[in-house]
Design a protein around this ligand. Structure first.
Ligand code: TYM
Length: 342
């Protein structure tokens, strides 16, 4: 069975971009593959954050996975920091990762520019090495993520190949190992629609947790009236009718795409239904569809959060299963890299 891993950072609230770009696409994978979904709390400290909020956000994100339909009887759900091998492998990988590769990362450049020098810790630069560790530890085949993670996935592949070449194969055999590759080289799985959900206030920038205005995103847990208000006030244009793929109308394309994905309709169906609508009636249609889609998730979320024991059990079972797989890879890498084992 192929193995699939992915994760979300517990920073801020999970929004529609995280859901449509990632979590929603995990659902069908759990029936086909061996899946591991984690909450990447160690990544969440790479920018200034509120310590008292971290554990709450971690639990909340885990509850959102479950509420969205990730099933703990099929997938392993766990917290990244609960499986120590992530940080250990990261250190080993970092010795084979040229700084130049990290300096090239678009997200590093963007985030460090926004944060200002004082707030940029070393971990923001080495963040993608930790992400590579998250993926390579599990010998993953596929990594379902939104488009903004493609460069990090490419880097993960480069690190895997480099370490395989430096320490794998015959060299590993000489160290007493099995020989062959230390890591499987994984592939990104980017959804055909929803891979880049845009901001509600600017169709040219992506929906993000860190954007200052909450008005720019729909959070999965937004109550009905908040969703209504955000869609009512979102940016539109003054051209007649509605259409996909017109570069002059990024907001229009974004809102139609959101509508298409959450209703499960085809593009043609949405064109048929909406091309002659005015913004007022489309906004009502979209608001209703969003509320219909998100309300059941919100109800399940409340149920899960009201039973902390259940959530703890899920996370502890998930971490146990994950650690078993992770330790095998980690031990192999220590061996191949020549460490004295106790
Ligand atoms: P994070 O927490 O920023 O985002 C979680 C997932 O949501 C996707 N995403 C989007 N998709 C579509 N439109 C958007 N506007 C949008 N914004 C976010 C992201 O692509 C991602 O799939 N580094 C990762 C977390 C991570 C990870 C991993 C992922 C750490 N280790 C290992 C996969 C495998 C991140 O910061 O995602």
């Amino acid at each position: 069975k192929k193995r699939v891993v992915s994760g979300v950072q517990p920073t801020g609230l999970v929004h529609l971009g995280n859901y449509l770009g990632a979590i929603k696409n995990w659902l069908s994978l759990q029936d086909l593959y061996e899946t591991l979904f984690f909450i990447v709390d160690l990544h969440a400290i790479t920018l200034p954050y509120e310590a008292p909020q971290l554990s709450k956000a971690t639990r909340s994100t885990a509850a959102i996975y479950l509420a969205c339909g990730i099933d703990s009887s099929k997938a392993s759900i766990f917290v990244q920091s609960h499986v120590r091998a992530h940080v250990e492998l990261m250190w080993l990988l970092s010795s084979s990762t040229p700084i130049g590769w990290l300096n090239r990362m678009i997200q590093f450049k963007e985030k460090s520019r926004k944060a200002g020098d004082e707030n940029v810790g070393v971990a923001l630069l080495t963040y993608p090495v930790l992400m590579a560790s998250d993926i390579l530890l599990y010998q993953s085949d596929l990594v379902p993520v939104g488009e903004d993670q493609t460069q990090h996935l490419e880097l993960t592949r480069e690190i895997a190949e480099r370490v395989n070449n430096l320490y794998g194969g015959r060299k590993w055999k000489k160290m007493g190992g099995r020989g062959g590759s230390l890591f499987k080289v994984p592939e990104a799985l980017i959804p055909p629609a929803g891979a880049r959900v845009m901001s509600l206030t600017d169709g040219l920038s992506k929906m993000s947790k860190s954007a200052p205005s909450d008005q720019s995103r729909i959070n999965l847990l937004d109550p009905k009236d908040v969703i209504m208000n955000k869609i009512k006030r979102c940016k539109t244009d003054s051209l007649p009718g509605l259409e996909f793929d017109n570069p002059e109308r990024p907001e229009c394309n974004n809102l139609l795409s959101i509508y298409q994905i959450i209703t499960g309709k085809t593009k043609e169906e949405v064109v048929g239904e909406c091309q002659n609508m005015n913004w007022g009636s489309f906004k009502t249609t979209l608001t209703d569809a969003l509320i219909d889609h998100l309300q059941p998730i919100q109800i399940r979320y409340e149920e899960i959060m009201s039973d902390p024991g259940y959530l703890d059990d899920v996370l502890s079972e998930g971490a146990g299963k994950a650690a078993e797989i992770a330790d095998i890879t980690l031990n192999n890498v220590y061996q191949a890299m020549g460490f004295l084992r106790r």
